[in-house]
Design a protein around this ligand. Structure first.
Ligand code: ZN
Length: 474
């Protein structure tokens, strides 16, 4: 009955919810600039009796919306940031909507809305049935830049929450058990002396030499760190013209590894290499730590719960028209890339999906022990309380991440159906967790085990402020 109230509310408000997602798709705002998107979500939640705390942790677009005051307190997270230069019309060919503008290339218009819908639906069920408990919607900005949740965690925004659910659009209906890489993002600046590169190079000290020697040092270091580590860099500035010894040069590094302690070890080594590069070149240097995050702890108990609810609710069916649209999108993806992405999903039955456009199956949770190369700030929340981000099939199989195809599908009826399915699944999971103390206890026991005795220490210095003035893509 409890779930029925929540699921019916979602059904009854389907077209309105879809409208919210489409509006956020239209806004397509970058991280920490999601003013219209966050305002829209706040407006909706307020309308349904949620208390709003906005502008949390010095981020104008971060907020917490709460309904209820008693324990247990269940959290739902929503993201709503877009990606730069991905503006695209909702059509099956690459067609820019607004030149140079951002686009929802990771489906966060749906992410924010499915979470919001689930939170409201849960509140309706609590009210109707007189159940004790609190539902909190965490409006999390700037996921793409790994900023929002990491600052929110550092400043205690998730304190007191008993479990957290989140939904991300994807190509599969999945509750994976794998982890993600921990990460540090850091920029290096070298200062040398400018001089005529032909007439008086002996009087110059090249900052670019320092950047290059630092990169060389890091590349030699690679052999001697855990082989799963991923270290990537760009040279942001390397001088203006060859005939002037560059007095200033800068680089930007991402350091990733499966565990936080591994990232920290490599990070400290890289700081020494930077120091060495400055010594070798007679330059000076400084560095700026931008952000850092943990690996994700995914729990079997939560994954099983998601799969159970997904199966009870049932995946959407699609009309001929929807499948034709999806097929046209899938045709723009080389078939070898589709096969490669299916293989990389590590699903046991991936072979069966070779000729599938949109996956309607709900597999058992999989991927225990796997670590994805990417990173997410959901991971930091997973160290505070049992946390599960699951996905629903929103896009065609094989679709590349952060692509025009994702933007194009973000407003389609296939995506809308996925949003509704996800919102229902999340509401059901939250209600189950809220009303079954033994389930919640099982989640906490499993979380303690997953931590392996490690304690979460925020990678962010205490005085570091959210980078509201800069954009740095994931
Ligand atoms: Zn995303």
């Amino acid at each position: 009955m409890l779930k029925k109230v929540a699921l019916s509310w979602i059904d009854e408000n389907k077209s309105h919810l879809v409208g919210v997602s489409d509006q956020i798709w239209d806004f397509a705002e970058l991280g920490l600039q999601e003013f219209k998107s966050s305002a829209l979500l706040i407006q909706e939640l307020e309308k349904h009796g949620f208390n709003i705390e906005s502008g949390v942790v010095g981020m104008p677009t971060a907020f917490v919306a709460s309904y209820g005051a008693s324990k247990p307190a269940l959290g739902i997270m929503g993201e709503y940031d877009a990606l730069s230069d991905l503006s695209q019309k909702p059509v099956t060919k690459k067609k820019v909507l607004v030149e140079g503008a951002p686009g929802h290339g990771c489906g966060h218009n749906i992410h924010g809305t499915s979470g919001m819908a689930a939170a409201i639906a849960v509140s309706k069920a609590l009210k109707a049935q007189g159940i004790k408990g609190t539902v909190k919607f965490f409006g999390c900005p700037a996921e793409e830049t790994l900023v929002g949740k990491i600052f929110m965690v550092r400043d205690g925004v998730f304190r007191g929450v008993d479990a957290v659910f989140s939904h991300h659009p994807s190509t599969m209906n999945a509750a994976r058990l794998g982890s993600t890489n921990a990460l540090n993002s850091v920029k290096f600046q070298f200062h040398g002396v400018a001089s005529h590169a032909g007439a008086s190079p002996h009087r110059g000290r090249s900052a670019l030499d320092a950047v290059e020697l630092m990169n060389t040092g890091v590349n030699y270091m690679r052999e001697h760190v855990v082989q799963e580590a991923r270290i990537h860099y760009v040279i942001e500035e390397g001088g203006g013209a060859p005939n002037v010894v560059p007095a200033y040069a800068s680089s930007w590094y991402y350091i990733r590894a499966p565990e936080r302690s591994q990232v920290e070890h490599i990070y400290r080594w890289i700081l020494k290499i930077a120091e060495g590069a400055a010594l070798m070149t007679g330059t000076t240097h400084s560095y700026k730590f931008l952000t850092g995050g943990y690996n994700c702890l995914n729990l079997q108990t939560m994954a099983d719960l998601v799969v159970k609810n997904m199966r009870e609710i049932g995946t959407p069916t699609y009309t001929e028209e929807e499948l034709t649209f999806a097929k046209e999108i899938q045709k723009t993806i080389p078939s070898e890339n589709i096969v490669e992405s299916l293989k990389r999903s590590k699903r046991e039955d991936w072979q069966n999906l070779r000729d599938v456009i949109i996956d309607r199956t709900i597999p058992e949770p999989w991927g225990k022990g796997e670590v994805s190369g990417a990173s997410t700030d959901v991971a930091d929340v997973s160290w505070q309380a049992p946390t599960k981000e699951f996905s629903t099939a929103t896009w065609v199989l094989g679709i590349p991440g952060h692509s025009w195809q994702i933007v194009a599908m973000g407003k389609s009826s296939v995506a809308h159906k996925s949003l509704i399915f996800a919102a229902k699944t999340m509401a059901a999971c939250v209600l189950d967790t809220m009303t079954q103390p033994s389930l919640l206890k099982k989640m906490w026991d499993e979380l303690e085990k997953a931590k392996q005795g490690e304690r979460y220490v925020s990678p962010l210095p205490l005085d570091l402020k959210p980078p509201t003035d800069q954009f740095h893509p994931q």
